[in-house]
Design a protein around this ligand. Sequence first.
Ligand SMILES: Cc1ncc(COP(=O)(O)O)c(C=O)c1O
Length: 430
Amino acid sequence: MTLDKHWMPFTANKNFKAAPRMIQSAEGMYWTCDQGQSILDMTAGLWCTNLGHSRTQVAEAIFRSAQTLDYAPSFNFGHSDSFVLAERLAHLCPGDLNRAFFTTSGSEAVDTALKIAMSYQVARGKAGKKMIISRELAYHGVNLGGTAVGGIPVNTRNYSRWASVDLLPHTLDIERNAFSRGLPEFGIERAEVLQQLVELHGAENIAAVIVEPISGAGGVIIPPEGYLQRLREICDEHDILLIFDEVVCAFGRVGSFTAAQEFNVTPDMMTMAKGLTSGTVPMGAVMVDDKIYNTIVDASEGIEFFHGYTYSAHPLACAAALACLDIYEKENLFTRAQNGVGKYLEQVLHRLKDLPGIIDIRNYGLLGAVQFEAQDNDIPMGSQVFAKAWENGLMIRGAGDSIIVSPPLILEESHIDEFSEKIWQSIKSI
Ligand SMILES: Cc1ncc(COP(=O)(O)O)c(C=O)c1O
């Protein structure tokens, strides 16, 4: 087998191919790599395998579906699992987020939500409302829409912003909020910038605001107290839709089914993916408020929304998602991040403060980041710790000068102890 033909995503291809990290199998909280070494998964893959790896019940559901209905087109045809899944998601979501539009990924969910926002404004006679307000350091996937509203410069700078977009300031404030546990105290005033952007661009031109309730890939940036509520109020005042990108946060990551419920702020649309199928079969969804669905659907007699994917509501993905929901509910996993195990992870993460060079540690539920002082080094500290951790049998994520953890929701205190031992060893050996 040669490695050079596969152009790997978000990877330093030359470095990887010179020293590959190959994964062979996975079970529960662990990966096994091709050298036979066991690796503790403290990232749930890419924030997605919330149920831990290789769950038999999910595998069997996927297998059954592959044997009985391998594929069904979702344009003009239906199969029962997608309707059952939509109903279960609607039941779990807050407010009137009762309609599910299925996609194949988080990126597609974001682009779909942006198109729904614009279609909604057109359907209600406000076609001028096209602009989207996003936020610095935001990650909304890699499709053109998600890139246009992205706030991480390396992800966006090669591509012109094809859509009309402006950015709110991010809310990371290490000077005032360093080493916060849970919601940081300071920063609500950064929501007021939305008011200024509305004055600048005119509410009559703005379709929606999109934010991750907690910015994930931007470095686990937790919203200051009251900040999301204030965004909601300003959107309401100016007739602007609020979209929460919950691709990371939904499905128990923050201690409730969604961050919207955890923070008690209901958006008009919500994107999901990752935990929906616990990473097993690619799937995303946009949960849409009744008023948006009704406005678009009532505005036309034919096809109301010219949008969809060959693999929207794919039977294997629906079967996987339904099996995952059964497990989440049976094992009470949506709220597990709130209880003992989340608190224990918080304690263990904050103990790292005693190591030199750490300028911030922040966490919420089963999400955490440790930020190092920026160094004059081509390889940022996050990548250095990531590489050492892998050698020590631990998967974490490196993001610039930070490391991030987002473990499967099934982790036990013993896994956190193992993480603690390995992360100390990894950081100290640099
Ligand atoms: C908040 C957020 N939105 C969208 C995406 C894109 O999801 P996908 O990689 O499934 O396209 C991600 C992926 O990490 C994400 O974190």
